[in-house]
Design a binder for this molecule. Structure first.
Ligand SMILES: O=C[C@H](O)COP(=O)(O)O
Ligand SMILES: CC(=O)C(=O)O
Length: 241
């Protein structure tokens, strides 16, 4: 059974002429495929909480030096947007996205930035609508079947499973895979060096996210070499798994 795209059930029926719908469908499908490719290439996605703007560029450089290029800058601090801008300007090897998108207003701010993707820890009908009308590839967060059904109804078949360990762990993800075999996930929450490989071995997991690659203490200490080392160690272990 093919994945439901944004042209599937639940796609808002109003206002689009057939030619517009065809264009939107093609674009959306490409966006979803692009997001899957981006997540697969990333394998691990650090969830970044940046408290000081001056940390943004050295942090991005440290992660890239460790082989981790796809970065999720969360909107959890006042400097997040500026930090993402600085990373994009100064560290072109980084693939910068934004996380903790909680509202349509957040989404609007983010889509103007030129980042490569957006992520939310959850979803609301309004946020899904904003994302469905945007060209920015977006992964909503889900922890239950009902939330996943809401995401699918708007065409989003790539989701963050959050908080992954706390919301059922691998057993929970496998259970969701029964009724939703075509959904691809990026589990985040409780993922770390010890269990990343186990999560990534699941056939419906395209990447894992987490803060273990960029601990707050190391960022505060400016321990960039330490962050590079965590990334290198993680990627080496995943290669060997
Ligand atoms: O706030 C939680 C982060 O988004 C990811 O969770 P983590 O710290 O368990 O990796
Ligand atoms: C949990 C997460 O990844 C987010 O805040 O978007």
């Amino acid at each position: 059974m093919p994945c439901r795209r944004r042209s599937g059930i639940g796609r808002r029926p109003h206002a689009r002429r057939p030619s517009e719908e065809a264009t939107t469908t093609m674009t959306t499908s490409a966006q979803q495929n692009h997001l899957v490719a981006l997540f697969k290439a990333a394998t691990v996605i650090p969830v970044l909480t940046i408290e000081r703007i001056q940390d943004a560029v050295p942090l991005a450089r440290a992660l890239v030096a460790g082989g981790v290029r796809t970065l999720e800058v969360t909107l959890r601090t006042p400097v997040a947007i500026e930090a993402a801008r600085a990373m994009m300007a100064e560290v072109p090897e980084a693939v910068v996205g934004i996380g903790t998108i909680l509202s349509p207003a957040d989404f609007t701010r983010v889509e103007k930035l030129g980042v490569k993707f957006g992520i939310s820890p959850g979803l609301t009908p309004d946020l899904l609508k904003a994302a469905a009308d945007s060209a920015l590839p977006f992964a909503p967060g889900i922890a239950t079947a009902s939330e996943l059904m809401m995401a699918l109804a708007q065409g989003f078949d790539v989701a963050k499973f959050f908080p992954a360990e706390q919301a059922g762990g691998i057993k929970g993800l496998r259970a969701l895979g029964g009724p939703f075999p075509n959904v691809r996930f990026c589990p985040t929450g409780g993922v770390g060096e010890a269990n990343a490989a186990t999560w990534l071995a699941e056939p419906n997991v395209v990447a894992v996210g987490g803060s273990w690659l960029c601990p707050t203490a190391e960022i505060r200490a400016g321990n960039w070499a330490g962050i590079t080392a965590i990334c290198q160690r993680t990627l080496k272990a995943l290669k060997a798994a």
